[in-house]
Design a protein around this ligand. Structure first.
Ligand SMILES: C[S@@+](CC[C@H](N)C(=O)[O-])C[C@H]1O[C@@H](n2cnc3c(N)ncnc32)[C@H](O)[C@@H]1O
Length: 215
């Protein structure tokens, strides 16, 4: 493992202590991920990394400004392909962000380089709709996070295009399970013969992150 990362036995066993430790070391991690989901990820991600003998390949659909990307890299030591059309930084999205950033890509790299520089673990950042990128995708994936467009058709398409490349015993994470569009798309496309549901968020809490393992 590179010096930027740690091994599973170094991280405190209590998830809250582990999260505080990760924040103190890496500062911004996890972006818009909710608190219960952070507590899940802080245990889950190092465990996933330890299941493979090599640095894992992560694909993150919907990197936004790189906050969640930092968490995925810091807690696994893996190499990540980011995909974002940066539409959140245009039109209505830009108004929502109050013009805070000039360009999504610039902000992404600034976030990755801040504090402990994790940018060398970004294999590449693809600025396009994931539904386009998926048309020619052919690389194996150990961990896939779907958090781009939340439209039903787009989530369905992301699952159809990228999930075949998740390796045996690999994982998929889907954020925003509280949205009907996301949940319905995933329920219809992830069959139980192929996918073991590891975590279905309790929607009476703020947990929103679904996780399944490929059988
Ligand atoms: C909810 S945000 C991602 C949040 C990020 N994962 C985090 O936790 O900080 C969704 C992102 O998906 C991007 N996006 C929206 N539609 C997309 C599409 N069709 N393909 C790729 N990215 C898309 C937006 O630009 C935005 O940055």
């Amino acid at each position: 493992m590179d010096k930027e990362f740690f091994t599973l036995d170094q991280i405190p066993t209590d998830p809250r202590d582990a999260l505080a430790w990760v924040h103190s070391r890496y500062a911004q991690v996890f972006g818009w991920i909710s608190d219960p989901d952070k507590l899940f990820l802080v245990k889950f991600l190092p465990e996933v990394a330890s299941e493979f003998e090599y640095p894992i390949h992560i694909v993150e659909i919907g990197t936004f400004n790189g906050g969640s990307t930092r968490g995925l890299i810091a807690l696994t030591g893996g190499y990540l392909t980011g995909i974002d059309d940066f539409s959140a930084f245009e039109g209505d999205g830009r108004r929502h962000l109050r013009g805070q950033w000039n360009s999504g890509q610039e902000q992404f790299w600034d976030t990755l380089r801040a504090h402990v520089d994790l940018s060398s673990h970004v294999k590449r950042l693809i600025s396009d709709r994931s539904q386009n990128v998926g048309q020619t995708w052919n690389e194996p994936i150990e961990l896939l996070l779907i958090d781009g467009s939340h439209e039903y058709e787009d989530v369905t398409s992301d699952i159809h295009l990228f999930c075949p490349y998740v390796i045996h015993q690999g994982y998929i994470l889907i954020d925003d399970w509280n949205m009907d569009t996301v949940r319905t798309a995933a329920d219809e496309t992830l069959d139980n013969n192929t996918w073991e549901r590891i975590r279905v968020p309790d929607l009476s809490t703020t947990a929103k992150l679904f996780c399944a393992k490929k059988r």
